[in-house]
Design a protein around this ligand. Structure first.
Ligand SMILES: NC(=O)c1ccc[n+]([C@@H]2O[C@H](COP(=O)([O-])OP(=O)(O)OC[C@H]3O[C@@H](n4cnc5c(N)ncnc54)[C@H](O)[C@@H]3O)[C@@H](O)[C@H]2O)c1
Length: 407
């Protein structure tokens, strides 16, 4: 049987793996991206992002003629929107920026015909799926005859090709027919459960998942400040508390980063600031933890300066937003290193997952241990957990913001 054609708009960390997986399931896939380099690379059967196993999927999909990338949408039966949803920077509560979603929706409008599915996968504020439908209606699409739904993505970078298939999915249509039609499509390639709801609940579900983690981490970060004053090791404390059968506290760190957990809770707060008080406070607690870490490092530098009589060198251990990845987006560790650097501190960084950095000299852990006066462990990378590294860091009195020395 001839399978439908799917048009995937946005070929980044979410869109490209989805497009390649659909192609491997027999769909004809039209991939669309504004980034000419991405389009060209994909059409050569190669990838422009780092993700295990993705290259093999893309290579075979392109070779089989099932995946082709374009700069603009083409006619299809199913449209999936996987574009970024950042927030607008500025004073006050950060406001979600759905401009990419709306612009992608505008770009498909001329092709959408009765019976088609239009799916939003980007993490979005409540009401965005309806906004998309309104925009399609304005562009002349008979929205009563199409199926519009939201289906959030929950994959973990580094495991995307597995999780796209194995994870449970939540599908929320603007109508119950849309929910059913879109769920039916996901069931053709997802092995996890496909759970049906309405669009607003599905939108809120994704934001809830990330806000839950942010609030839990904020609790851990708040405990870490209280424990620092009391002289209690917070990692030992949490380990003990988590032995209670109904307690599960996440780990404190130098803050919360990345483009999901540090961003998505604001989508709830921006829409309902009056009620989203805990969620907002959690964001503020996690951001404050980064400011506190900077202050702790400055105190250690002042001590070292008084001791040695010269300008101390600070080594920031880790720059990524979480352990063992090369992604520096919204990273508290980068924020800390940049804050120190811009205030005239002598900063070097140890980041084993990248080759170079535009701002800071990168050195090895061995060099940092030999040359730095203050060592600040900001990310729990595997290489810092090595027994010899831990011993050396302990002996040098490293400031441990992520529990490396306790692990
Ligand atoms: N990356 C993740 O781990 C992850 C996990 C869950 C959810 N999400 C969400 O998925 C969405 C996409 O994230 P991502 O990480 O894939 O982003 P990304 O930046 O890696 O990729 C998005 C792509 O969309 C393209 N694009 C932007 N506007 C376009 C348009 N109008 N037409 C065509 N292409 C366009 C960009 O050029 C880019 O290549 C976001 O809402 C994000 O929050 C991401």
């Amino acid at each position: 049987m001839q399978k439908s054609t799917v048009c995937v708009v946005g070929l980044g960390y979410i869109g490209l793996p989805t497009a390649a997986l659909l192609a491997s399931n027999g769909f004809n896939v039209v991939g669309v991206d504004l980034n000419a380099h991405a389009v060209e690379t994909i059409n050569q059967g190669r990838i422009h992002i780092v993700e295990p196993d993705l290259d093999a999927f893309v290579r075979s999909a392109v070779a089989a003629g099932r995946l082709k990338a374009y700069a603009k949408p083409e006619a299809a039966d199913i449209y999936m929107i996987c574009v970024p949803t950042p927030f607008h920077e500025g004073e006050g509560i950060p406001q979600p920026n759905v401009d990419y979603v709306l612009s992608a929706t505008r770009s498909i409008a001329e092709f959408v015909k009765p019976g088609d599915l239009v799916i939003l996968e980007s993490t979005s504020p409540v009401g965005t799926t309806q906004q998309m439908a309104d925009m399609l209606a304005q562009a002349g699409v008979d929205v009563a005859k199409i199926h519009v739904a939201y289906c959030p993505e929950r994959v973990l970078p580094g495991k995307i090709m597995t999780e796209l298939v194995e994870n449970d999915r939540v599908v929320g249509g603007l109508t119950s027919e849309a929910t059913q039609a879109v769920s039916g499509f996901y069931r053709t390639f997802v092995r996890g459960a496909v759970l049906e709801t309405d669009a607003k609940t599905a939108e809120m579900c994704k934001l809830t998942e990330n806000s839950f983690r942010d609030v839990n981490i904020a609790f851990a970060n708040e405990l870490s400040l209280i424990c620092a004053k009391e002289g209690i090791n917070v990692w030992n404390l949490i380990q003990l508390a988590n032995r209670h059968p109904r307690v599960n506290i996440l780990q404190p760190g130098a803050g919360v980063g990345g483009h999901c957990i540090a961003v998505d809770p604001w989508f709830i707060v921006a829409r309902d600031p009056e009620n989203a008080r805990l969620i907002r406070t959690a964001r503020e607690v996690n951001n404050h933890k980064t400011v506190w870490a900077i202050e702790q490092i400055k105190i250690a530098v002042a001590d070292a300066s008084a001791r040695t009589g010269r300008k101390p060198k600070v080594a920031c251990l880790g720059l990524a937003f979480k352990p063992d990845i090369d992604d520096l987006r919204e990273s508290p560790a980068v924020h800390i290193a940049e804050a120190l650097f811009s205030q005239g501190y002598d900063v070097v960084a140890v980041e084993p997952n990248i080759e170079s950095h535009e701002r800071f000299p990168l050195v090895t852990l061995e060099v940092a241990l030999k040359t730095a006066d203050v060592l600040a462990v900001l990310v729990k990378h595997r290489s810092f957990l090595d027994a010899a590294a831990k011993m050396a860091l302990g002996e040098r009195g490293a400031l441990d913001f992520c529990g490396v020395l306790t692990d």
